[in-house]
Design a protein around this ligand. Structure first.
Ligand SMILES: NC(=O)C1=CN([C@@H]2O[C@H](COP(=O)(O)OP(=O)(O)OC[C@H]3O[C@@H](n4cnc5c(N)ncnc54)[C@H](O)[C@@H]3O)[C@@H](O)[C@H]2O)C=CC1
Ligand SMILES: O=C(O)[C@H]1O[C@H](OP(=O)(O)OP(=O)(O)OC[C@H]2O[C@@H](n3ccc(=O)[nH]c3=O)[C@H](O)[C@@H]2O)[C@H](O)[C@@H](O)[C@@H]1O
Length: 463
């Protein structure tokens, strides 16, 4: 099958960048990204490319090149579905907040809505691609909805999970470690796989395109995220032991990372991992394991989340304890709110939970993040429903200038590893702060010895 038109439902952190790269690399294919969210689509279409809704290094250039040529953003979901031969589903799959599986299982209502919409619109055969991260065997449910339309249209369901990380999305998409495509073993299934392989082959070499059965593909995505998050919880667990024993977690990470079987990546101790996916996907995995009665498997993976929650709480407790057991009405400055550098995404950011704890202790939290607005910070805190929105409004101070954010603070806490924090004039910051001036480096990015020489009391993670 020659592919000339692709549609993607969901213009978010995955749908937007992924389709932009497909459009850039496949000028012969028309790519339309649709979303119900009118504001988001309007932002993708904004004449000023700086206003596209997702900040990712290099993304503006790619969107600028392809948009209007063979990349389109639209709210006309039906038209795009009707015209496309391949339909990617890239909608959100958050943790359920109600009913059975509340707080654990993935909420698949948006996925089901997409399937029903495709079923009602499609007049010819389609390849439907699961791009969202889904519980293993979701393809079965999608297929059942699609096959019960009774209008004779044939659907092939493929699983093609996305492995990009935010902040490096463009690089990850241009040079992926692998592309994973799961499909049905039947002849039709295999030919659908080959149609999608042909799309990626425009820029990804054949040895990096892996094809499997659908269930392996679905489960590989959850497994990859669980393994990645597990490494962070493992090193964070060691960071606490380092603090008690005089070992230094950076040295330990380097020493173990030189073992080629362990590898050096993803071993940075931190205030805890955030982001929209690690926690959600592990909870989902735990739920699936429990639903098969595999309680030991479930408990094993749940520990990754328990450790991460502990690490965030440990960080806020340590601030309170170090500041003479009270932060009441003290200004504590957060440098960074995003869940990692080079993104404006704050979902599940450790900063939210640390701020929540400190506000419980009546601290005044001053926030500076180069890409996150006050509105977002307040929305993140309000979402926790710990207290009235007006109290959050009262307790959070926001700044556009880091030096103003730090002035008169009792402590500065690094919550995100933005490069610019390293370059600041720390002497100037020290001079403007209350004394003793504390720095709690939740990302181990600053030069502790240099800060101590200035006069700061410096505490990193795991040393
Ligand atoms: N954010 C990330 O870095 C990664 C996310 N994923 C997975 O990709 C999926 C999407 O994640 P994000 O892009 O971060 O989510 P997102 O929340 O940024 O975007 C999802 C979009 O889908 C739209 N949508 C929902 N239902 C719709 C419908 N019926 N019709 C049209 N539009 C609809 C929403 O309005 C939203 O704009 C999730 O399953 C996630 O686990 C996978 C890899 C990386
Ligand atoms: O499914 C997803 O959503 C994606 O989840 C992660 O990507 P992402 O969450 O965007 O970013 P990461 O670089 O993995 O960082 C996640 C969190 O872990 C933290 N982290 C990361 C690495 C490390 O060594 N230490 C550490 O604390 C980061 O600061 C961040 O808060 C995975 O890396 C992607 O492969 C996956 O596609």
């Amino acid at each position: 099958m020659k592919i000339t038109k692709i549609c993607c439902i969901g213009a978010g952190y995955v749908g937007g960048p992924t389709m932009a790269v497909i459009a850039q690399k496949c000028p012969q294919i028309q790519v339309t990204v649709v979303d119900l969210n009118k504001e988001r689509i309007a932002a993708w279409n904004d004449e000023n490319i700086a206003n596209i809704p997702i900040y990712e290094p290099g993304l503006d250039k790619i969107v600028g090149e392809a948009r209007g040529r063979n990349l389109f953003f639209s709210t006309d979901v039906e038209k795009a579905i009707d015209e496309a031969q391949i339909i990617f589903i890239s909608v959100n799959t958050p943790t359920k907040t109600y009913g059975k599986g509340k707080g654990m299982a993935a909420d698949l209502k948006y996925i089901e809505l997409c399937a029903r919409q495709i079923a009602s619109v499609a007049k010819d055969n389609k390849i439907v691609v699961e791009k969202s991260t889904l519980p293993v065997r979701t393809a079965e449910a999608i297929k059942s909805i699609l096959d019960n339309t009774g209008n004779g249209v044939q659907f092939q369901i493929l699983s093609n999970p996305e492995f990009l990380a935010e902040g490096t999305a463009v690089q990850d998409l241009l040079n992926p470690d692998r592309i994973l495509i799961g499909g049905d073993p039947s002849e039709e299934g295999q030919s659908a796989i080959q149609a999608l392989v042909a799309v990626y082959s425009n820029w990804v070499s054949a040895d990096k395109i892996l094809t499997t059965n659908v269930w392996s593909s679905e489960l590989s995505k959850l497994t990859a995220n669980a393994f990645l998050a597990q490494r962070i919880s493992s090193i964070n667990a060691m960071s606490e032991l380092c603090e008690k024993t005089g070992a230094d977690v950076n040295e330990v990470a380097k020493a173990i990372g030189m073992d080629s079987r362990i590898g050096s990546k993803f071993l940075k101790a931190s205030v805890g991992f955030g982001g929209s996916c690690f926690q959600k996907d592990i909870l989902n995995l735990v739920y699936i394991a429990k639903s098969y009665g595999l309680n030991e498997v479930a408990d094993y993976w749940e520990q990754v989340i328990i450790m991460n929650d502990h690490q965030k709480r440990r960080f806020s407790n340590n601030i309170v304890q170090t500041l003479y057991n009270t932060v009441s009405d003290k200004k504590i400055t957060f440098l960074g709110w995003a869940f990692k550098k080079d993104t404006n995404d704050t979902r599940e950011s450790a900063a939210i939970y640390v701020a929540d704890d400190l506000i419980n202790e009546h601290a005044k939290v001053a926030v500076y993040d180069p890409k996150v607005s006050r509105k977002k910070v307040l929305a993140d805190l309000d979402y926790l429903e710990t207290r009235a929105a007006s109290t959050n409004e009262d307790r959070i101070m926001s700044f556009d200038n880091p030096y103003e954010a730090c002035a008169n603070a009792h402590a500065v806490a690094i919550l995100t590893e933005w490069d610019e924090f390293i370059q600041y004039d720390w002497q100037k910051i020290y001079d403007s702060m209350q004394k003793p001036a504390f720095v709690f480096d939740g990302r181990n990015i600053l030069d502790g010895a240099a800060l101590e020489a200035i006069g700061f009391v410096y505490q990193g993670i795991g040393s």
